[in-house]
Design a protein. Sequence first.
Length: 167
Amino acid sequence: MFDYVAKEGKRRAITVTDPAVRSTVRTLVRADNGVDALFSWPEGGTWRPLHSHDVNAYIAGHAGGHFTAKEFRTWNATVLMALLLANAGPSANPRRTRSVITASIRGVADWLGDTPAVARASYVDPRLIRRYESDGGLATIPVLSPELPASPDAEDAVAALLRLPAD
C-alpha cells in the first residue's frame, strides 16, 4: 500500500494489487542505494532520486514533442469517464443525463485523487460529455468494466470517438 501526502496536502492510500508491480515495488524498497526515495537511478557513480521533472524530460525526449506525465493521467481519466458513461447506458431524460455525468465525474475524481471540478476542467476530454449529452449515450464505447488500465478495445473506441467530427 502506498500511503502518502499528494498534491495540495491530500492524503492518498492506494493498494497495489498487480503481482508484478508489487514484486517490483518490494525490490525497490529493499534497494540499498543510500537514497531515501522509492524511485532512483545510478548516475555518475552515485544514486540520484527520481523527480517528476526527470520523468517529464524523459517523456518529452522520447515522445517527440512537449509531452508530460499529465498526458497519461488525462488519457486515463478520459477513458475511465467513457467507460463509466457507457456502463450507465443511454439516457433520454436530461435530468438523468446530468446525474450520470455528475456521478461519472465523481468516479474519475476519486481515481485521480482530486476534486470533481478539477477532474472535469483539467482531465476529462469535454467532447465526451458533449457527445453523451447530445446523443444521450456513447453507443460506440464498449460496456466493459470501468477499471484502469483499460483494455485496448476500450482505448481504441475512445480514440475513434474523439476523432469524430463534432455535431
